[in-house]
Design a protein around this ligand. Structure first.
Ligand code: F6R
Length: 258
């Protein structure tokens, strides 16, 4: 069952969709991806890694395999990864993405734009990444998750809504979150390259997916607190009705607008 807490009836307001549980979140996120590709088969998209999008990827792979969804013409941009890491490293978001989605979803290699994490000059490469996105007309869709410290991509606290794709220092909270992805067995680089909030905010559609009780407080801060660099997720509200926030009941549990 799905309810829209705060609908796009008010033109400038983000749409907040609350679903009962995680499965509904994955289905709704996959529906939005399918909608965007249905309207524009060669859409330019960026999708996140992490625990939250796992179910969405399973559903996307299922739809691609059953030919309900054609992802073969989409331009796929990786959202973020650790600086210097390659898919051969233990800690690699790109490796995770390859095994969860890019390979089983059979995306043509030529349509995948990897984070230039090993470039000789990462700053120049990051600017080139933004240029590539702009040359393709910008993102049609950016799906993002919310970090325990309010980060979007790896736009950590302190990030501005105008920030470009760049190299960033990772906070302690993000390093321990990352370590948990690999059961503490991988060494996590202390820097990363992330698609900038500025690049994300230019997207024609943005979807923020958040699940679980442990994110309820940061969801409240991002959606109902002040717009501030302390909680980078709060900048997403600048996208107005281009933003849809998909939450399960637990993640939405501390919101006052219900
Ligand atoms: C990962 C990313 C991060 C995650 C966020 C939530 O590519 O961009 O911002 O989306 O840290 O992570 P999970 O889903 O693991 O809670």
């Amino acid at each position: 069952m799905m309810s829209t807490v705060q609908d796009a009836g008010v033109a400038h307001m983000p749409r907040i969709t609350v679903v009962e549980a995680y499965d509904g979140l994955s289905q709704r996120a996959a529906d939005v991806v399918a909608e965007v590709l249905g309207e524009k088969p060669d859409a330019v998209v960026t999708l996140p890694t992490g625990e939250t999008p796992s179910g969405m990827y399973k559903e996307l792979v299922r739809r691609i395999t059953s030919k309900e969804l054609d992802f073969s013409r989409a331009q796929f941009f990786c959202l973020d990864d650790y600086l210097g890491s390659t898919p051969e490293d233990d800690a690699s978001l790109t490796r995770w993405l390859r095994s969860e989605f890019l390979v089983p979803g059979n995306l043509p290699e030529g349509n995948i734009h990897y984070m230039p994490t090993t470039a000789e000059d990462p700053d120049v490469a990051a600017a080139g990444f933004d240029r590539e996105i702009a040359e393709l007309g910008g993102f049609d869709l950016a799906v993002v998750g919310l970090g325990p410290n309010g980060h979007i991509g790896f736009n950590e606290p302190g990030s501005l809504p105008t920030d470009p794709t760049r190299v960033v220092d990772l906070e302690e909270a993000t390093l321990s979150q990352s370590a948990a992805y690999w059961d503490g067995k991988a060494t996590i680089p202390t820097q990363a390259m992330t698609t900038g909030l500025g690049t994300i905010l230019k997207s024609r559609r943005i979807v923020l997916i958040v699940s679980g009780k442990r994110k309820a407080e940061i969801v409240r801060a991002a959606l109902e607190g002040p717009s501030t660099s302390d909680v980078p997720g709060s900048w997403l509200r600048q996208a107005g009705n281009r933003l849809e926030v998909i939450l399960d009941r637990e993640a939405a549990s501390l919101l006052t607008i219900k």
